[in-house]
Design a binder for this molecule. Structure first.
Ligand SMILES: Nc1ncnc2c1ncn2[C@@H]1O[C@H](COP(=O)(O)OP(=O)(O)OP(=O)(O)O)[C@@H](O)[C@H]1O
Length: 373
């Protein structure tokens, strides 16, 4: 991000916020702006110390939301308030360099010629802290991410995971009230990513400000965030704790993220659920009216012939994809009730599953969950 006043921003000298303080700690934002063809309208609130995970498909508006919070993109209307200070009220906005924001991106963007300690000290220095004070602070921040012994290293002498930790230390060295992490682990290989995720979790647990974490990776969101906000086509489609979202996805995208087959449907009092595409599911968990219905992929069994013993749900479907995932396979099925099934590799071999093949899929009625839409 380039700090400085973007074109059209009001210059507001001598203020930490635009107007008075309302005494509330944390983040209270309503972000409304046009970005290309997408109208963005995203509400975000968080208490001190809370980590908000923002997820969504490509082009959904996640980065635009982060840029608006940082002050790089102007709001068309809405507001950004942090710890009671007004940063943007839809008409006037505090420039990026006047906001107490820390930013970390997929590319750690460290100064290549500076040692780790000087990279981290750069923020405090540019905010007026004297050389010795900025250095002390930088060493303390490096220590908190486990890099005290690498303070003198230049970025090229550090691993990708260590570079990410320096970027985190740098983002936190200016005491931000709001920490913005946009795909902070995306550039790391899977092993480094897992270790750095755990370092990030430890450091965030000790941070008292609000963190907004944008990620494509459900594991990042589920393990790091206290609350999730899904943004699709510029709009919030679902919010909740990871546990709430895992149990009750409310959009096709969220269903995919949490790994459940999800159907928009109508239920009756007798446990019959009719999907929008005309499929009928039988459930022991009936909800009447407009419902979401879920089926876990692991609850689907596949058969060459119509299964005996009449399971309550059995559909003739066609295989559209077969992909391996560790010791199991995910089988995409199309037809009256499109499904993803997760089956053992033994079943793939025993049934000789191939793309284009017709099979029967069976699901017990106890495995079909419904909840109001
Ligand atoms: N510089 C730009 N100028 C005009 N429109 C843009 C610009 N950058 C992004 N957009 C558009 O704004 C919308 C939101 O994009 P944004 O980058 O915020 O989404 P995102 O959720 O972060 O996507 P991704 O996951 O791909 O990074 C999209 O329609 C995108 O095409």
């Amino acid at each position: 991000m380039t700090a400085g006043t973007p074109p059209g921003a009001a210059r507001l000298d001598g203020l930490d916020g635009l107007d008075g303080l309302d005494g509330l700690d944390g983040l209270d934002a309503r972000i409304r702006l046009s970005r290309g063809v997408t109208e963005i309208d995203v509400a975000l609130t968080a208490g001190p110390g809370e980590v908000i995970g923002v997820l969504g498909p490509n082009g959904g508006g996640k980065t635009s939301t982060v840029l608006a919070l940082a002050g790089v993109l102007p709001l068309a209307s809405g507001h950004v308030r942090v710890d009671g200070a007004v940063w943007d009220d839809g008409r006037r906005r505090l420039p990026p360099d006047r906001r107490r924001v820390g930013l970390m991106l997929a590319d750690s963007l460290l100064f290549p010629h500076l040692r780790a300690v000087d990279n981290v000290a750069f923020g405090p220095r540019s905010r007026g802290v004297d050389r010795a004070g900025a250095r002390r602070r930088a060493l303390a921040e490096l220590d908190r991410v486990g890099l005290a012994d690498r303070a003198q290293a230049r970025p090229r002498e550090l691993s990708s995971g260590q570079q990410a930790r320096v970027a985190l230390a740098r983002a936190l060295a200016t005491d931000p009230a709001l920490l913005l992490l946009d795909e902070p682990l995306a550039a790391l290989d899977p092993d480094t990513r897992a270790r750095t995720r755990s370092d990030l979790a430890t450091r965030l647990a000790a941070y008292g400000g609000v963190t907004v974490l944008v990620t494509h990776d459900p594991l990042d969101a589920l393990t790091l965030a206290d609350r999730l906000v899904f943004v699709e086509d510029g709009q919030v489609t679902q919010t909740g704790t990871p546990a709430q979202v895992l149990g009750e996805p409310r959009s096709a995208y969220v269903g995919t993220v949490v790994g459940l087959n999800l159907y928009a449907a109508r239920g009756d009092a007798h446990g019959h659920v009719t999907t929008e595409t005309g499929g009928v599911l039988v459930t022991t968990d009936p909800t009447e009216g407009a419902v979401w219905a879920t089926i876990p992929p692991g609850a689907v069994s596949l058969h060459r012939h119509e299964p005996e013993g009449s399971p309550r749900n059995a559909w003739a479907l066609r295989i559209r994809s077969v992909t391996m995932q560790g010791q199991s396979a995910r089988v995409g099925l199309e037809g009256v009730v499109p499904l993803t099934a997760e089956v053992t590799l033994e079943s793939v071999t025993a049934l000789g599953l191939q793309v284009g093949q017709d099979v029967w899929a069976a699901v017990k009625a106890t495995e079909v969950r419904t909840y109001p839409r």
